[in-house]
Design a protein around this ligand. Structure first.
Ligand SMILES: O=C1O[C@H](COP(=O)(O)O)[C@@H](O)[C@H](O)[C@H]1O
Length: 264
């Protein structure tokens, strides 16, 4: 690892990881709201939404220290080109695990799913999603890259994140904000994804990786040159200390990279 990142390893997901992730997300929310009265977040699918829901939905609506979803703008770090109600849709998953369970008293986020009329043409779907991002980020700030306040990402057992897969040409993109993919090695094949420069540019990035199925890839990402070239490794290299990994003991078993204690 040439640029240090934060690696947290917790004994359990429910009792330890989730409350620490909650604190981290709320700190990011509070900073962003102070800065521009909005919290712009991009979320992944996979195993992440369940853990995120555990972290955020237990809050007392009467407390000042809670998620204020009325300030949240939620985007997708990647999405599969399937209908928004399909079981493979990241939006469907985030909706079922998190959005549909937000108590009214915690506010209602603004959510930006992909355009369902463009599913047959991933490039058009990616272009349309990029236009949405331009209308939100660039119109106000005239920027080269959108600055997400927080990215909440997963890490596949092959080291992919978003729908950026190892050795795929999408990893070399330097210009576009949102990319299409027609041949994802993990089904479904057609997807869109934030590009690596966008991911590396975010104010904060949290990876959530839990379970023994992630331990080999984490060892590789944190301890080998080959792993540093995997998509997750490239995010670490590009964003350094703006990246925090929230893992459980099973996922970090055998990883000797220095651990941080806890966020709380
Ligand atoms: O296909 C995908 O996989 C990754 C990783 O999923 P996980 O279940 O191993 O956590 C996910 O982050 C991404 O959003 C999804 O499209």
């Amino acid at each position: 690892m040439t640029r240090p990142v934060n690696l947290y390893s917790f004994p359990s997901v429910d009792a330890d990881l989730a409350p620490n992730l909650r604190r981290y997300v709320l700190d990011a929310q509070n900073e962003a709201v102070k800065r521009h009265n909005t919290f712009r977040v991009a979320v992944s699918g996979g195993s992440l939404p369940k853990v995120l829901a555990k972290a955020l939905l237990a809050d007392d609506p009467a407390s000042a220290d809670r998620a204020d979803f009325s300030k949240w703008e939620i985007f997708y770090a990647d999405e599969r080109c399937v209908p928004l109600t399909h079981e493979d849709s990241n939006h469907a998953l985030v909706k079922a695990e998190l959005l549909d369970k937000i108590p009214a008293a915690l506010g209602t986020p603004k959510v930006f799913p992909i355009d369902e009329t463009l599913l047959d043409n991933p490039q058009e779907a990616a272009d349309a999603y990029e236009k949405t991002l331009v209308s939100i980020f660039a119109a106000r700030d005239s920027v080269k890259l959108p600055l997400f306040d927080l990215l909440l990402l997963g890490c596949g057992p092959d080291g992919h994140t978003c729908s950026l897969f190892p050795s795929y040409p999408q990893l070399r993109e330097t210009d576009a904000w949102v990319l299409s993919i027609e041949d994802s090695p993990k089904p479904p094949p057609k997807r869109i994804t934030l590009s690596l420069p966008v991911v590396q540019h975010a104010a904060r990035t949290a990876f959530v990786a839990t379970g023994a199925g992630k331990k080999e890839v984490l060892k590789s990402i944190f301890e080998t040159e080959e792993g540093r070239q995997l998509p997750c490794g490239l995010v670490n290299e590009g964003a350094g200390e703006r990246v925090s990994w929230f893992c459980d003991a099973a996922a970090t078993d055998g990883v000797s990279y220095p651990r941080r204690g806890s966020v709380i």
